[in-house]
Design a protein around this ligand. Structure first.
Ligand SMILES: Nc1ncnc2c1ncn2[C@@H]1O[C@H](COP(=O)(O)OP(=O)(O)O)[C@@H](O)[C@H]1O
Ligand SMILES: [Mg+2]
Length: 298
């Protein structure tokens, strides 16, 4: 699934600004961004629930919304808080959907099994916990055996145990059933251990997209050497090509791109009396906050 230049305005505000998403098939894509960043607006456009002002969307190689009927048959989704009939059981709620979608009733049992609600199938949804309701929403999204599952903040409002359960479920669906999955969250910690790829949106703009490990590497790119003779070391031609800052006996060295070649620097600076070495850098969480702060970008 991919978008090119996807844009949506509300009045003067550009809520989604030329976003180019690339969601790889069979992978879990974490769509991250603080509240108001444009996640739901983007997702609604992907699902044809909202018109885009500019840009294109391709899902399974076909254009949205031109081929929406074809595409949406293969897409399951959960956007914002789904509503249920509280006075009906979980089973009955799904039964309404299978009737509408003309699906065989055996799917109900199957999806309830997947989200582990079988034993609560005959209880009224009004008595379900938030986590159970969320799982019922995912069950509903799974009814049509989608190839692509799009979940907007599926763990929002859940307690740690509930979050854990949903994460487990995502992994299972992606790895055992080969489903492509896109899930949004405003918290990095909710997707960091399960997403293969992430996209970070901030103020409507995609500020990072790629593997999580790659982002992690950006965070660990400064080595601080405490030296006996920092003055002389500063003049080393070998340090050209690095970003070097001196603060007293301390030299902070960063690579212009990627990670710092530690071994090389040790060899280079050895003769200048290394007293202490520290690897400083930012945690993923700090990077995320920085990126989603004002105008951050890598
Ligand atoms: N229907 C709407 N009318 C006006 N503004 C909207 C509407 N929907 C969303 N927005 C605005 O677009 C921005 C992005 O919202 P949203 O996509 O819901 O963000 P997120 O899901 O990341 O929290 C917000 O500033 C929000 O106020
Ligand atoms: Mg939202």
């Amino acid at each position: 699934m991919e978008t090119k230049g996807l844009t949506r305005r509300f009045g003067e505000q550009v809520s989604v600004n030329e976003v180019n998403l690339e969601v790889p098939e069979g992978k879990i894509y974490g769509f991250l961004g603080p509240n108001g960043a444009g996640k739901t607006t983007t997702i609604k456009m992907l699902l044809g629930l909202l018109r885009a002002d500019a840009g294109t969307i391709r899902i399974f190689g076909q254009e949205m919304p031109g081929h929406s009927l074809d595409i949406l048959r293969k897409v399951g989704s959960l956007v914002e808080n789904p509503s249920y009939y509280g006075h009906l059981t979980g089973y009955k709620n799904l039964k309404i959907l299978t009737t509408m979608l003309e699906l065989p009733d055996r799917r109900i049992g199957e999806v309830l099994e997947i989200v582990r609600l079988t034993s609560s199938a005959n209880r009224k949804v009004g008595g379900y916990s938030l986590g159970m309701k969320q799982r019922l929403g995912i069950a509903a999204a799974l009814l049509r055996s989608p190839r692509l599952l799009i979940l907007d903040e599926p763990t929002n409002g859940l307690d740690p145990a509930g979050i854990q359960e949903i994460r487990h479920l995502m992994l299972e669906l992606a790895h055992e059933q080969g489903m492509t999955m896109m899930l949004s969250s405003h918290l990095l910690s909710e997707v960091d251990s399960i997403a293969d790829e992430i996209g970070i949106i901030s103020g409507g703009r995609l500020v990072y997209q790629g593997a999580l490990e790659l982002l992690e590497r950006f965070g660990r790119r400064v080595l601080r050497f405490e030296l006996e003779s920092p003055e002389e070391a500063l003049r080393l031609p070998g340090l050209q090509g690095f970003i070097v800052e001196r603060d007293g006996n301390m030299l902070s060295i960063a690579a212009e791109e990627g990670s710092v070649p530690q071994a090389e620097l040790f060899k280079l600076l050895g003769p200048y009396g290394i007293m202490k070495v520290q690897e400083t850098g930012k945690s993923l969480e700090e990077l995320f906050l920085e990126l989603t702060g004002k105008g951050g970008s890598l």
